[in-house]
Design a protein around this ligand. Structure first.
Ligand SMILES: [Zn+2]
Length: 149
């Protein structure tokens, strides 16, 4: 499963999920912060999930997060052309942002709650659509990731 560490351009990976370049070929996820109540959301939304204000500002999120829960997916869902089994995890980062995504970079049975991870762009095989699917994912944080946090 190739992990693309060299996606220097600001990109919308999927609706509401945007990234901006990090300092060394990595990417940072971009969320929104409500200017009325301060709640932050990811992926981006048009309204605050807490007070429904439409006054949301762009906020670049930390690359580092902590695995809060995960499951091993052994049966591929329809339309998925990547390898199985794979790990789907809930990651908490910047204290209050929760994201659900692939956990990659080590064997599926080696993941633990509390693992520290960093965000990356993940390219999944195209299947019949001929266009690879790009999304965000998390890998174990490297010593360099931790040093830059
Ligand atoms: Zn709000």
């Amino acid at each position: 499963m190739p992990v693309n560490r060299s996606s220097p351009e600001i990109a919308e990976l999927q609706p509401g999920v945007t990234t901006e370049p990090g300092t060394r070929g990595d990417v940072r996820l971009v969320g929104r912060r409500c200017t009325a109540c301060g709640v932050r959301v990811f992926p981006a939304r048009l309204r605050c999930v807490s007070c429904f204000s439409e006054r949301l500002e762009r906020v670049v999120l930390s690359r580092l997060g902590k695995v809060d829960a995960f499951t091993v997916v052994r049966e591929a869902p329809p339309g998925y052309h990547g390898p199985v089994p794979y790990v789907l995890g809930q990651v908490v980062f910047d204290n209050d942002i929760v994201a659900l995504s692939h956990l990659v970079g080590k064997p599926v049975d080696d993941w633990r709650r509390g693992d520290i991870v960093a965000s990356y762009v993940l390219e999944l095989p195209a299947g019949s659509k001929q266009v690879p699917h790009r999304t965000f994912a998390f890998q174990p944080a490297s010593p360099q990731d931790l040093a830059e946090a």
